[in-house]
Design a binder for this molecule. Structure first.
Ligand SMILES: C[S@@+](CC[C@H](N)C(=O)[O-])C[C@H]1O[C@@H](n2cnc3c(N)ncnc32)[C@H](O)[C@@H]1O
Length: 219
């Protein structure tokens, strides 16, 4: 088997990485802190601090104007992407929780990007199926229920413009993707990863960032 060349990420190394990434601004930092204070048991769902700048970077890199997020929680990833959009850009944020996303609404307003974000409180599949069918999406971020990833992917790929991206979070699922006894969401992620690799419409790379991030580009 080929050996990994990846440098093991110790806590010290992780802080070094964060220190050499774009720093979170005051609204982002406050949102991260509030999420940990208000929802200590669920805060682990928040995208990692290095993922906000990565998502913003990708939005800027491809000049995205239309973004879709599947799984918003308290709004950190949506905030990061919306701030990277041009003033007339749009981000459709899908979630089922009024309680969690209320924190996002506050932060988005504080950051001056609330007018770019359309929050849709409904099962994400319903929201995606209700969207325009023509290819108009520049970037979609998948970060909701893992059992839904393949269905979200299938709704999103035809709506993605050529060169557009789907970014999927948690594709290593805490390392459980290689566990033969994996169950539940880990199995759903394994099936999703196989689905992505087999899809000729997209070119995908899997990155060992945070809990694993796949970045896929429409051909
Ligand atoms: C991992 S969290 C998202 C984290 C968020 N991207 C962030 O950076 O803070 C997953 C979110 O998906 C939402 N969710 C779960 N099932 C859903 C569904 N069927 N439709 C829409 N949202 C769903 C949950 O309410 C939760 O807020």
């Amino acid at each position: 088997m080929t050996e990994s060349k990846a440098t093991p990420i110790t806590a010290e190394m992780y802080h070094y990485v964060l220190a050499h990434n774009p720093q979170l601004d005051s609204v982002q930092r406050e949102l991260v802190e509030r999420t940990h204070q208000q929802f200590p048991d669920s805060a682990g769902m928040q995208s990692a601090p290095e993922q906000g700048p990565l998502l913003a970077f990708l939005v800027r890199l491809i000049g995205a104007r239309h973004v879709v997020e599947v799984g918003t929680f308290t709004g950190f990833s949506a905030l990061s992407m919306a701030q990277a959009l041009p003033a007339d850009g749009t981000l459709i944020a899908c979630d089922v929780s009024e309680e969690w996303t209320a924190y996002g609404r506050e932060a988005w307003a504080k950051a001056g990007v609330a007018d770019r974000i359309q929050l849709r409180i409904a099962p994400a599949l319903e929201t995606l199926r209700g969207m325009l069918t023509e290819p108009h999406i520049d970037l979609a971020y998948l970060d909701a229920d893992k059992a839904g990833y393949i269905a979200y992917w299938e709704e999103l790929v035809p709506r993605l413009r050529p060169g557009g991206l789907i970014v999927a979070d948690n594709v290593l699922f805490h390392g459980q993707v290689t566990d033969p006894a994996a169950s539940g969401s880990a199995v759903a992620i394994k099936e999703f990863n196989d689905h992505v690799v087999a899809d000729d419409r997209m070119e995908a790379v899997m990155l060992t960032v945070a809990d694993g991030v796949t970045v896929a580009r429409k051909r």
